[in-house]
Design a protein around this ligand. Structure first.
Ligand code: NAD
Length: 487
């Protein structure tokens, strides 16, 4: 199987190669095969991409927001027309089942382009401030060249979630996908050009943790939006702070999902499974600490085990497959290590716990795994695993579970299942997280803001609020009379 792109980078409207960069192998996670070879950006490629973005940004910002929006909306249409092809590429890039990518990946990227294309004309207005005779006005102006750095779990969605608001606001972008999933963003760059985007406004360069800092530290870069882990976030935010650059940090989590004993138990199990097993558990907002009230714990576990054991694991390109492999060999080892830690630290293994027998080949597969009797101090309850490993903890009362749910450095998301809506609102009000769900989990339509608090980051993606993170206010004071001066 091959998925070799025309070249590694897309700069100034065309594919560009520089074979002097380190080789990046694109590996299909379901088989371990190398399906493409790309080259990491050299300093010369980074220069070329930033220079192209800098030049193109002025022209792009000078266009009316309506005209910019039209390009983004056309790109959304093209993505939808090519959904199958883009979804297959996303499956090759990530190993996620086609059943998922066809409904959740290019389509959510297209939603973002459509949404920001649609609001560009109305959401970038400034204000008029009366001051008696004098007056002032504000303008919402783009930042300039923005850098997007992506994680590997939703490559096309992450690319669009960053590009769409940045471009709608009149910025240009240089996007660096994760070295594990280099393919999808190149297609989005191609589609934007086809939709009428001026050359250079959106550029893609490849690279890893060595390349990222070249972009972050570049003097012509005004803003960095990172989706990645907390340790990477600390490095990038630290470097950006030294140069007073804007940042958005979409980082990791260890989110609580609380199930009270009056909840619709099947719905709560469905939410917990979606919030732990979708995308083979590689979702930042996953509710990986499932707190179940003691009275319903064993019933919850029985039904959860039965439903988990029916999950169809296997070839991600087959329509019936519900769970594919993890993204890489390194992630596979990491998740299996966490499973062993769960066992050795005394958690009760309900189901899963290893590599599935019925999946052949060299793919990075792991069974959907449920641990019960997990305690707050266990490694699997404290650290982000980023794989299909659900930890079930139990609790007696509301005050206790809220305190335990908040006892983490992370603050990305959280959820509550209960039939008592007063309690639901009271509990989410106390949970320290950026995005919370009541009686569902992990739904992130583009209309609602998404992002974290505490160590999970800051800034928001999606919704009109994302535009605030890609613009700044310029204030103009207008004097209507002569200057009154004591001198
Ligand atoms: P990672 O932190 O290893 O890498 C993220 C990106 O940063 C990659 O493109 C990588 O090349 C780049 N990078 C690494 N070091 C860098 C540096 N010093 N300077 C600049 N760039 C650098 O994360 P990952 O393993 O790709 O993704 C998994 C993590 O992402 C998890 O922690 C997950 O929770 C998080 N995530 C968060 C969200 C969110 O929206 N909050 C979404 C998806 C994933």
């Amino acid at each position: 199987m091959r998925a070799q792109p025309k070249a590694s980078h897309f700069i100034d409207g065309e594919y560009v190669e520089d074979t002097a960069g380190a080789v990046i192998e694109s590996i299909y996670p379901a088989t371990g095969e190398v399906i493409a070879e790309l080259y990491a950006a050299t300093p010369a490629i980074v220069e070329r991409a930033v220079a192209s973005a800098k030049r193109a940004q002025r022209e792009w910002a000078a266009m009316s927001p309506t005209a910019r929006g039209r390009v983004l909306k056309r790109a959304a249409e093209i993505m939808r027309e090519r959904n199958r092809e883009l979804s297959e590429l996303e499956t090759l890039d990530t190993g996620k089942p086609i059943q998922e990518t066809i409904i959740a990946d290019p389509t959510s990227g297209a939603d973002s382009l459509e949404f920001f294309g649609g609001i560009a004309a109305s959401a970038l207005n400034g204000s008029h401030i009366p001051l008696g005779g004098d007056w002032a006005y504000t303008k919402r102006v783009p930042l300039g060249v923005c850098v997007g750095i992506g994680a590997w779990n939703y490559p096309q969605q992450i690319c669009c979630w960053k590009a769409a608001p940045a471009l709608a606001a009149g910025n240009a972008m240089v996007f660096k996908p994760s070295e594990n999933t280099p393919l999808g963003a190149l297609k989005i760059a191609e589609i934007l050009i086809e939709a009428g985007l001026p050359k250079g406004v959106f550029n893609v360069i490849q690279g890893d943790r060595e390349t990222g800092p070249l972009l972050v530290n570049h003097p012509d870069v005004a803003k960095i939006s990172l989706t990645g882990s907390v340790p990477t976030g600390r490095k990038v935010a630290g470097a950006a702070a030294g140069q007073m650059k804007h940042v958005t940090m979409e980082l990791g989590g260890k989110s609580p999902l609380i199930v009270f004993d009056d909840a619709d138990i099947d719905s709560a199990i469905g939410g917990a499974m979606l919030g732990n097993f979708y995308s083979t558990g590689q979702v930042c907002s996953n509710g990986t600490r499932v707190f179940v009230q003691k009275r319903i714990k064993e019933a919850f576990l029985d039904r959860l085990k039965a439903r988990t054991e029916k999950i169809v694991i296997g070839d991600p390109l087959r329509e019936e497959t519900q769970m594919g492999p993890l993204v890489s060999r390194a992630q596979h080892e990491k998740v299996l290590d966490y499973i062993e830690k769960g066992k050795s630290e005394g958690a009760r293994l309900i189901t899963g716990g290893g590599i599935p027998n019925d999946v052949s080949g060299e793919g990075f597969y792991v069974q959907p795994t449920v641990f019960a009797d997990v305690t707050d101090d266990m490694t699997i309850a404290r650290e982000e695993i980023f794989g299909p490993v659900m930890c079930v903890l139990d609790f007696d009362d509301e005050a206790e579970v809220v305190a335990r749910a908040n006892a983490t450095e992370f603050g990305l998301s959280g959820g509550v299942f209960t039939a008592d809506l007063t309690r639901a609102h009271r509990v989410v009000d106390q949970l320290q997280a950026g995005t919370l769900w009541i009686n569902t989990y992990n739904l992130c339509p583009v209309e609602i803001p998404f992002g974290g608090s505490k160590q999970s980051g800051f800034g928001r993606e999606n919704s009109a609020s994302a535009l605030e993170h890609y613009t700044e206010l310029k204030t103009v004071y207008v004097a209507m009379g002569p200057v009154e001066s004591p001198y």
